[in-house]
Design a protein around this ligand. Structure first.
Ligand code: CMC
Length: 428
């Protein structure tokens, strides 16, 4: 089999190398296309375009499987814990006992944020969306920790990454507390990562807070399921922002910006709102009809995925986690879960959804689960971003240490006016 692809333009033929990955589809390396042919490729939405080489996450969209550094993500969700996944994504291997002790202690010892950040919060309206606060506060970390923004220094890169893994949950919990008008709760470094986050979100000074172990375990799984997903919109945004040499905190904040949109991380919030709007199984047919109507912008939120053309493996784990949480609160006949299950059943048997290979994605069940644990919808995307931070950081590091780091600079097909002459206002 040839290792080259041929492109014919007019009567000239050009060869381009085909590169094979360790698994998954090969790519045609068109980086010399413009140099050789004076043409660019056009691929809005990057439906056929790879933007980088990466050895972090592999998604088999047809089989509905996802692997972090070669390990099936659903196995990791059952058997590992989120901090271990953070280590795996960053270093490429699971930690030994000594490595684990060093890493987990380091994260636990960086959970506090600079006291001045508390003052910073006062500038926000109480009703501000916590994602708006996250975008601002994560970028603002570069103002507080200027000693770890030199991207060329591996040690500073390591410190800034650990600072973000440790401090972003603290910022997220502060955003939540601020919206409630409750005092911020300081981190407790004796607790596990997820337990600490729950305590910072739900404890109040007036009462002793008892951590629900089932909820903490479920939350840890939710973090693992969201930890990475190869070159999605927010990860690609982080890579593009960082490709200019922007500092790590500023670069990761762009991940939050991109994640916020309803087609991406904002879908969990949108999915729960949709289930509430549907309200009752009897209303489902009318919403299925709307979703199929090309003149109606309505989409079934929590359905469909650019890469998965099979059931999203994250949705399967999420569905089980949802049951664990609802069992724990004794709410097994949860109305929203009934609507979700029935909606899923009807959609999976509907010709439109079958033909377009639209299956439930991770966001379909995550909203019901988080809501049952006591999180308001506005916090769902924040929790997604908190978890995805470890993936963004791994991609950022991969780009920094690679020898092919180049500023991202896509080209375009220009369709505007041809060059023309400027006329003074009086002559127009
Ligand atoms: N409901 C109804 N129709 C849909 C849906 C849906 N949820 N998703 C896609 N379609 C249709 C779409 O209208 C299009 O139809 P046609 O070919 O007739 O024009 C076809 O299916 C292909 O969809 P697309 O929008 O071209 O596919 P995409 O790969 O560009 O978009 C998506 C993927 C996830 C943005 C989209 O499926 C969607 O908007 N889903 C709802 C939002 C959502 O749940 N997002 C979370 C994604 S998973 C979490 C994450 O990674 O952030």
């Amino acid at each position: 089999m040839s290792d080259n692809a041929k492109i014919k333009i007019g009567n000239k033929e050009f060869d381009f190398p085909i590169k094979k990955g360790s698994v998954g589809p090969s790519v045609i390396d068109v980086s010399k296309l413009y140099f050789k042919t004076d043409h660019f490729t056009l691929d809005p939405g990057f439906t056929s375009t790879g933007s980088c080489e990466s050895s972090i996450t592999y998604i088999d969209g047809d089989k509905g499987q996802c692997y972090y550094r070669g390990y099936p993500m659903d196995t990791l969700a059952e058997k590992s814990n989120f901090l271990e996944i953070a280590y795996l994504l960053w270093y490429g291997e699971l930690p030994t006992k000594i490595e684990w002790d060093e890493f987990s202690n380091a994260i636990k010892n960086h959970t506090m944020v600079h006291e001045q950040i508390r003052v910073f919060f006062n500038g926000f309206r109480r009703g501000a969306h916590p994602m708006a606060i996250m975008v601002a506060c994560v970028a603002a970390l570069s103002a507080f920790y200027p000693d770890s923004i030199n991207i060329k220094d591996p040690e500073q890169r390591r410190i800034s990454a650990r600072r973000m893994v440790a401090k972003i949950p603290t910022l997220a919990a502060m955003a939540f507390k601020y919206s409630l008008g409750q005092p911020f709760v300081y981190p407790d470094n004796t607790l596990d990562y997820s337990e600490n986050f729950m305590q910072m979100c739900f404890a109040v000074p007036a009462e002793k807070y008892k951590i629900n172990k089932v909820f903490a375990k479920a939350l840890d799984k939710i973090f693992i399921l969201h930890a990475d997903h190869e070159q999605n919109a927010s990860t690609s945004t982080v890579r593009l922002a960082a490709s200019s040499g922007a500092n790590p905190f500023a670069s990761i904040s762009t991940g939050f910006t991109s994640l916020w949109g309803p087609s991406h991380g904002g879908a969990n919030e949108a999915a729960l709102n949709m289930l509430k709007e549907i309200g009752d199984v009897k209303n489902i047919p009318q919403y299925i009809k709307k979703a199929k109507d090309k003149t109606d912008p309505f989409k079934l939120m929590g359905f469909g995925h650019r890469v998965y053309k099979n059931y999203d493996p994250r949705a399967k784990v999420m569905q089980r986690t949802c049951h664990d949480v609802l069992n724990e609160i004794g709410n097994t006949d949860n109305k929203l879960l009934q609507v979700a299950k029935e909606l899923e059943k009807i959609a999976l048997n509907d010709e439109y959804f079958i033909e377009k290979k639209l299956y439930p994605n991770i966001d379909f069940y995550s909203g019901i689960t988080l809501s049952a644990m006591g999180f308001p919808t506005a916090m769902f995307t924040v929790i997604f971003g908190l978890a995805r931070t470890v993936g963004w950081l791994a991609h950022w590091k991969e780009m920094m240490i690679g020898n092919k780091m180049k500023i991202g600079r896509p080209r375009q097909l220009y369709t505007g006016p041809n060059p023309r002459e400027f006329k003074e206002l009086s002559k127009r």
